[in-house]
Design a protein around this ligand. Structure first.
Ligand SMILES: Cc1cn([C@H]2C[C@H](O)[C@@H](COP(=O)(O)OP(=O)(O)OP(=O)(O)O)O2)c(=O)[nH]c1=O
Length: 241
C-alpha cells in the first residue's frame, strides 16, 4: 500500500528509509503551540491528527487547483494509501510539562536545567490515516444539471500509537549547555536535544525504544502500517463517511 510520510523531519525520513520501505514525502505546516494546561497526551494526539488533516486538505486543494501532487504520487482511483504523521515531545518527571522545540536559548536552558541529572520521557505519537481517492458526484439536487464529478481524498480509517521512552541525563553544567546551544543542533528538536547527535554525551541510559527518541518508533510504526494494510485487505475497514 502506498505511503506518504507527511513530515519535514530529516530524522523521520532516514528512519523510515532504514526500514527499506518505499514512500513519498510531503510537508505540512501547522501551529504546534501547546494549549494552556494541555496534557502531554492531548497535545501529542492533537498534533498528529492536525498534521494528518492538513495533509489531506493540502492534497485535495492541490488537486482542485490542478497542481495535483496526487499525480506526483501517481495515486490511483479507489486504491487506498496511507498518510503517516508523527510528533515527538519531551515530558518532565511531573508527567505534565511538555517539552517542545526551544523558541530561543533561554527556553532551551530552562528545559535542560529541569532535565539535568534526572530522568525524563520522550513520547512520539504516530498516526496512520488511510485515504482513498474517490469520484464524488456533486450533483446539485436543486437543479437538473449535475456538476462534473470531482475527485477527492476520503479518510476511510485512522489509528494512532504513542510510544514512551525514559531518558536519563548526566548533571549539566553551564559550559555544557552553552557549547551545545552554540552547536546549532538543539534548535529543531523537542526538548532541545538530539540523542543521535552531540547530546549522546548527555545520556546515561534509556529504557525503551531508541528510534522513538529520535522521532519515529520504527518497529511500532511498521506494525501500524501492517495493521492498516491487513485491515483493508481483510475488508475490516469500512468507509468512515
Ligand atoms: C528528543 C529528540 C527529538 N528529535 C527531533 C525529532 C523531530 O524531528 C523533532 C520534534 O519535532 P516534531 O514537531 O515532532 O517534528 P518536526 O517539526 O521535526 O517535523 P514534522 O512536524 O514535519 O513531522 O525533534 C531528534 O532528532 N532527536 C531527539 O533525541
Amino acid at each position: 500500500m502506498d505511503i506518504i510520510l507527511a513530515s519535514g523531519s530529516p530524522r523521520r525520513h532516514e528512519l523510515l528509509a532504514a526500514a527499506q520501505l518505499e514512500f513519498s514525502i510531503m510537508s505540512v505546516d501547522i501551529d504546534e503551540t501547546p494549549h494552556d494546561d494541555e496534557s502531554p497526551k492531548d497535545y501529542i494526539q492533537r498534533m498528529v491528527t492536525t498534521k494528518a488533516t492538513a495533509a489531506v486538505a493540502k492534497l485535495n486543494a492541490d488537486h482542485q487547483n490542478n497542481q495535483s501532487q496526487l499525480s506526483t504520487f501517481s495515486l490511483a482511483l479507489n486504491i487506498p494509501f496511507i498518510i503517516l504523521t508523527a510528533d515527538t515531545i519531551g515530558v518532565l518527571p511531573d508527567g505534565k510539562t511538555v517539552l517542545v522545540k526551544p523558541t530561543d536559548c533561554n527556553h532551551a536552558y530552562s528545559m535542560w536545567q529541569r532535565m539535568s541529572d534526572k530522568t525524563h520521557q520522550v513520547w512520539t505519537a504516530v498516526q496512520a490515516t488511510q485515504v482513498i481517492l474517490t469520484a464524488i458526484d456533486k450533483t446539485n439536487s436543486n437543479d437538473s444539471i449535475s456538476s462534473v464529478d470531482t475527485i477527492e481524498l476520503q479518510v476511510i480509517w485512522q489509528q494512532q500509537i504513542i510510544e514512551r521512552t525514559d531518558v536519563s541525563f548526566v548533571p549539566l553544567t553551564p559550559d555544557m549547555m552553552a557549547n551545545y546551544w552554540n552547536s546549532g543542533e538543539p534548535a529543531d528538536k523537542a526538548g532541545g536535544y538530539g540523542i543521535q547527535g552531540l547530546a549522546a554525551a548527555w545520556v546515561t541510559r534509556i529504557n525503551g525504544s531508541y528510534t522513538n527518541v529520535v522521532g519515529l518508533p520504527l518497529a511500532q510504526t511498521l506494525a501500524l502500517i501492517n495493521d492498516a494494510s491487513n485491515g483493508y485487505n481483510n475488508n475490516k475497514i469500512k468507509l468512515i463517511s
